[in-house]
Design a protein around this ligand. Structure first.
Ligand code: AMP
Ligand code: ZN
Length: 116
């Protein structure tokens, strides 16, 4: 728990979120400013500032996070039509919240590539 982190506060229940999935290690909730008809964030309960902060010993929990991301996409009903997953890291990717999170974007054709 990082007391100045928005997503740690959501995990702690101090800030409300529209939850999609929760277990001991991760939480998924709807993005407050959706960029697609379905826009969900999947976060680990452990506070890592970004993908750049993870270490080899974190592989198991991060594997769980990715597997649960796929689970959430199925539960949201978007797995068959498809979805995009994004992890923004640091300034050039536009990272705004410094607690690692996987975006799930879905619900319409998203184009072939992210903009560059
Ligand atoms: P990023 O730019 O990858 O750091 O994405 C941060 C995401 O968090 C943005 O898509 C925001 O809309 C979203 N966000 C910020 N505050 C909240 C909140 N209180 N609840 C849900 N999503 C949020
Ligand atoms: Zn945090």
């Amino acid at each position: 728990m990082n007391s100045s982190c928005l997503f740690c506060k959501i995990i702690a229940g101090q800030i409300p979120a529209k939850k999609v999935y929760e277990d001991d290690h991760c939480l998924a909730f709807h993005d407050i400013h959706p960029q697609a008809p379905v826009h969900v964030l999947v976060i680990p309960k452990h506070h890592w500032e970004s993908l750049d902060a993870v270490q080899p010993e974190d592989r198991e929990i991060l594997g769980h996070l990715l597997e649960r991301t796929a689970h959430c996409a199925r539960e949201l009903g978007v797995a068959n039509t498809g979805y995009r997953t994004i992890i923004n890291t640091h300034a050039h990717a536009g990272q705004e919240v410094f607690h690692i999170h996987v975006h799930i974007l879905a619900g319409k054709p998203l184009g072939r590539m992210v903009s560059a």
